[in-house]
Design a protein around this ligand. Sequence first.
Ligand code: HEM
Length: 387
Amino acid sequence: MKIGDTIWKWVDSRAHISDIPLRGMPEYALNVTYWTGAFLGAAFVYLVATGMFLLFYYRPGETTAYASTQYIMTQVPYGNLIFTSHQYMAYAMIFVVFVHFFRNYYLGIYKKPREVSWIIGILMSIVVITMGFTGYFLPYTEISVDATNVGIGLAKFIPTIGPLLASITFGNGTVASEFSRLLALHVVILPAILFILFGLHMYLFEQHEIAPPPGVEENAGKKSIPWFPVYLAYSAAVSFLLWGAVLIWSALKPLHLGPPAGSAIPVVPISEWYLAAYQKVVDFSPISKNVDYLLLGLIIFLLAVPFLDRNKSRAMRDRPFFIAIGTTNLIYLIIYTAWEYLQPGKNVAPIIWAPIMFGILGINLLIAYIFHFRYKKIGKSEEVPPA
Ligand code: HEM
């Protein structure tokens, strides 16, 4: 018997891991379109592990933050790889959150019985984006401080609670309080909230079979793959794929710190890519000051979507309104992000943004309803006439 088997048998005889009654997976789940959740779990683990390592050396503070980050990147063995991969993994996680979100949206996975999984997912995505934002400040470079100031400005626009939220998040205006608040949020408070939400997300996931592809019935008695050891090994392999890709990317394109804060070297005040679309809408006059109402409206719509989309069918052709709204937002996200990078901070008059915004919405509604009615017609003509 191999030594690995012997060790495993010993561990299992004491910990009874293989007896943990977790649900098996249907065969259709062994498919790349089902990988996004595993990627997100793997990214979270990686960020916590590398974040702990960075905390060994990082020293918050106006005079120490930049120098200690520079020290990690130039003096600590593998420090650059760990710092770079921490940042790239955060980017990857945010990107995959968008993919996971749109996948579940288009496939209607928010419908019964997964409404609460969906709502928790929305809350998790807000936490993940806020974690990225709070971490960006910590190296204290010119650009990271400028980007954080953009965020402070946006937070203050939030109706009623904005100024309070800004003072809780960023402190009393001194650099020292900004460091302590943002560090506490980034390394303790937000990860703890994410951990709890993730636990709930997984608990609910365990209660239902993984959502079948469209057209396949729930719990259709598909052949089940045991969670242990096959599905666990499969998920580990998917996780290693992400870790490997990010490590290779980090080795090929290591990060270099920009100029330190206060160095008066001009930098373009552009936020991180995942907030760039939002920043572009801030440039749309005269809605700039009301942009947080738009964001709030979008979040409320997303939280309510499982209750608004009453159609029992998950097929896209049966949900034209929701498909049009989803696609419109996806297109806004891509176009506005590119636009912000091409013309950062440039004011946009209503004569330009209004036709673009409403045009994209109109075209999407038109296409989605054409497909919906065409499909209905075809469905009818294919019906077998009564004998
Ligand atoms: C940090 C963020 C997130 C993590 C770590 C996470 C993780 C996971 C994992 C591991 C699964 C199970 C495997 C799978 O179906 O892929 C899952 C399922 C699910 N997630 Fe997420 N997720 C996150 C964000 C979201 C978001 C933003 C949404 C949508 C708003 C969402 C909605 C769902 C739903 C509805 C399921 C059930 C899927 C099914 O039963 O097939 N999640 N998530």
